[in-house]
Design a protein around this ligand. Structure first.
Ligand code: KG4
Ligand code: ZN
Length: 362
């Protein structure tokens, strides 16, 4: 294990079937079998379709991950798998697969929290040409995780150990992007489509609300923005979504409203904790405008902004294996020696709320 433990990661919490092999901080392979075409026609993820497609895609993804890594299963030290939060049926497919492989190959199984994995993605060696600003030094730091299912700020004390500083009271930031995109007739996933269209738009063409929830709140709320966009569209364009520059302007203005809130709250969290560093993670952290505005704010206020490499922002299994590698390095393999075939997975519908919706593998 001189270069760190070799770990197979499996991630099936939502609509991407992902498998990856890492050695320490090095990503040897990172396979993401996207289900976007399956769900795009419904404008969002259909849970039952997601689990069924995970069943079909998970073993081929694992095989491809070994092939690309140039490694055989006997070179592994452990298998890591996402245990939650996510869609229960989807999680069960990944968990059962990982537990079965661990049992067959006699390997320890490391269950991983999806949000903790998003945060830890920043510690993976970036792919060539994708090295972002900021040095990924070890915790403590503040982390902003903004994705389709979660938006929250954390005080990260150590790998896989953090306190919630604030979380969304309703929609996640990515969910806001996705829902606004749907209203505009743009394809799923909405964040990507809005970012693309916003490049040609004017962010000040519309003034959408920013829910700051009081001067010191670190919580988020995006449902008011969604409603404001809905009424603005109805009043200005009737039943037909806008096109051309009108569409670009709405996209730019909505994106700016979301980015303003994320940047402001992250800056508040840095001030409140006295930690001079914020890590930006999750699917929405791929947004170029958010990355640019966050770095600007850090320069103005004198804190460091550490961006996750673009390839590791949206759901992937390298981040799952990467967190497991950190945990194995610090706690040793024995903690996970008796891989349980039965295990809880959890849905945790809104980040920071109790992990109430659970299921047990049969
Ligand atoms: O982390 P992720 O892949 O899955 C969850 O854990 O939810 O995040 C997916 C979310 C989607 O809502 C998608 O619209 C958003 O991330 N997203 C973006 C961008 N790329 C993905 N949002 C804004 N700008 C982007 N470039
Ligand atoms: Zn995610």
């Amino acid at each position: 294990m001189s270069q760190g433990p070799s770990i197979l990661g499996i991630e099936t919490s939502c609509d991407e079937t992902a498998a990856a092999v890492v050695r320490g901080r090095r990503v040897l392979s990172n396979v993401v079998a996207s289900q976007v075409p399956v769900h795009a026609r419904y404008g969002g993820v259909v849970p039952e379709l997601a689990s069924r497609n995970h069943l079909l895609a998970v073993l081929p993804a694992v095989e491809r991950a070994f092939e690309r890594a140039g490694l055989a299963p006997d070179a592994l030290d452990a298998i890591a798998v996402t245990r939650g939060p996510g869609l229960i049926g989807s999680l069960l497919v990944g968990y059962q697969t990982a537990a079965a492989l661990a049992r067959v190959w006699g390997l320890p199984l490391v269950p991983i929290d999806h949000v903790e994995a998003h945060i830890c993605a920043v510690h993976l060696d970036p792919p060539p040409g994708d090295a972002p600003a900021g040095a990924p030094t070890d915790p403590p730091y503040v982390a902003l995780v903004a994705s389709g299912g979660h938006t929250a700020l954390y005080l990260v004390r150590d790998f896989g150990r953090q306190d919630v500083l604030g979380h969304t009271l309703d929609d996640a930031a990515g969910e806001a992007f996705d829902k606004i995109a749907k209203m505009l007739g743009l394809p799923y996933p909405g964040g990507v489509a809005i970012e693309r269209s916003a490049r040609a738009g004017r962010a000040d063409a519309w003034r959408f609300p920013r829910a700051l929830l009081g001067p010191s709140s670190l919580d988020f709320s995006f449902s008011g923005l969604k409603t404001a966009v809905r009424y603005a569209l109805r009043d200005a364009f009737g039943a037909e979504p806008p096109g051309g520059t009108d569409l670009a302007d709405v996209c730019a203005a909505a994106q700016e409203a979301i980015v303003d809130v994320l940047v402001e709250k992250a800056a508040r969290a840095v001030r409140a904790t006295g930690l001079g560093r914020v890590v930006l993670a999750g699917g929405v952290a791929a947004n170029a405008r958010l990355r640019e505005r966050m770095v600007e704010r850090g320069e103005q206020e004198g804190f460091d902004v550490v961006l996750t490499p673009l390839a590791y922002c949206t759901d992937n299994a390298a981040m799952v294996a990467g967190l497991a590698a950190r945990l194995v390095e610090t706690r040793g393999l024995d903690a996970w020696r008796d891989a349980p075939l039965r295990a809880d997975v959890y849905a945790n519908l809104a980040c920071g709320t109790p992990r109430t919706v659970r299921a047990r593998t049969p």
